[in-house]
Design a binder for this molecule. Structure first.
Ligand code: FAD
Length: 328
């Protein structure tokens, strides 16, 4: 009754987010093991123009609901539509990015279709004997890896953090089938009215996709301290990250938080400034290619893991590094 692997696409500001493509690559592997197809589900306005981008990255079918009502993401409305599509087409597996949107959307869907949901997976495989989806994710603060199965309900649903899976190779010769579904008025939630939207300063916000992150902790000492980090991030074309202590203090928005209850990031370079390096922070950044830590305390836990540990005051070290870079 249930077949195929679905990826719920995420698009913002006229661009498909890379996590969608990463999941399409994973979906191909899972669908091959199950003898099914890869479907990409796209909701939004003027989104069918992105169908080729998904076909070129392993989607066999793009299932689109394209309507002006869907211009802005509203979790109730989006969930109603996806539930309806699941009931109609019966996918075996549904995947979505563990982004703020994915985390708002997929639990709503899972409850309505009476399925389980494994959040924040880092590994997905098919169990050869049963065909069940093996969903692996860190548990207990990243100290153990748990593998979770959903044996009695379908679809099997999981969210995956951005940058955990690799994007498939772009194949411009691939094509697929586009299915367009109408949006019934009954699906649109009128509970929420969007009065105004504004684009965040993505240069310094989007840590999930950034190749260079300069992150601040309690050592940054206040919101004005983050200006120094923002300046540095602009200089290197990177994004600003933060520890939970800095976010909880209200110095910077949650979208910047790295770690267990923030985002997992995998940049080429991660500079931790005034971050002590507690396990809940480390689980979110320890797979960065190069880690640089700046801390006044040579014995802070973060100073044990980096490629370069600089003992000093971040307000001296970071501007000095910026001056050197400007000279290059
Ligand atoms: P602190 O531990 O206070 O460290 C500040 C550091 O700055 C110190 O090492 C100090 O030497 C240094 N410093 C001070 N001034 C300067 C200066 N001028 N120059 C250089 N260095 C300086 N934390 C996260 O980050 N992300 C999470 O997602 C997260 N999730 C959590 C989930 C749970 C369930 C729990 C219980 C905790 C979680 N935490 C998380 C909190 C975590 O345990 C730590 O409390 C937090 O990471 C500490 O933040 P910090 O390193 O900025 O602050």
């Amino acid at each position: 009754q249930y077949h195929d692997v679905w990826v719920i696409a995420e698009q913002r500001y006229g661009e498909i987010k890379p996590v969608t493509f990463e999941l399409l690559g994973t979906a191909r592997r899972l669908a091959s093991a199950r003898g099914g197809q890869v479907w990409c589900v796209m909701l939004g306005h003027n989104i069918t123009r992105y169908a080729d981008d998904c076909f070129h990255r392993q989607a066999d079918v793009v299932l689109a609901v394209d309507d002006p009502e869907l211009t802005h993401f509203v979790d109730d409305t989006y969930a109603n539509i996806i539930v309806d599509l699941i009931n109609k087409y019966r996918p075996e597996i549904v995947l979505c990015g563990a982004t703020s949107r994915g985390r708002a959307l997929l639990p709503r869907v899972a409850v309505q279709v009476n399925a389980g949901l494994t959040a924040d997976c880092t590994g997905l495989e098919i169990e050869p004997e049963t065909g069940n989806l093996l969903q692996t994710r860190p548990a207990f603060g990243g100290n153990i890896m748990a593998t979770i199965k959903c044996m009695n309900h379908r679809p099997q649903m999981a969210t995956v953090r951005p940058r955990v899976m690799s994007e498939p190779e772009l194949d411009k010769n691939r094509t697929g089938k586009l299915i367009s579904e109408p949006l019934p008025e009954s699906m649109v939630s009128r509970r929420l009215h969007i009065l105004q939207t504004f684009k965040d300063d993505e240069d310094t916000t989007s840590i999930a996709d950034a190749h260079f992150i300069v992150a601040g902790g309690r050592g940054v000492q206040g919101p004005r301290g983050f200006d120094v980090l923002k300046e540095f991030a602009h200089l290197v074309g990177g994004a600003v990250g933060a520890s939970r202590a800095a976010v909880d203090a209200g110095w910077i928005e949650y979208a910047h938080q790295v770690g267990q209850t923030g985002q997992t990031v995998q940049p080429r370079v991660y500079i931790a400034c005034g971050v002590s390096g507690q396990i809940q922070h480390l689980v979110g950044m320890q797979s960065a290619q190069t880690i640089i830590a700046i801390n006044r305390d040579a014995n802070a836990p973060i100073m044990k893991i980096p490629d370069y540990a600089i003992v000093g005051d971040l307000f001296d070290v970071l501007p000095a590094m910026a001056d050197e870079l400007k000279r290059l």
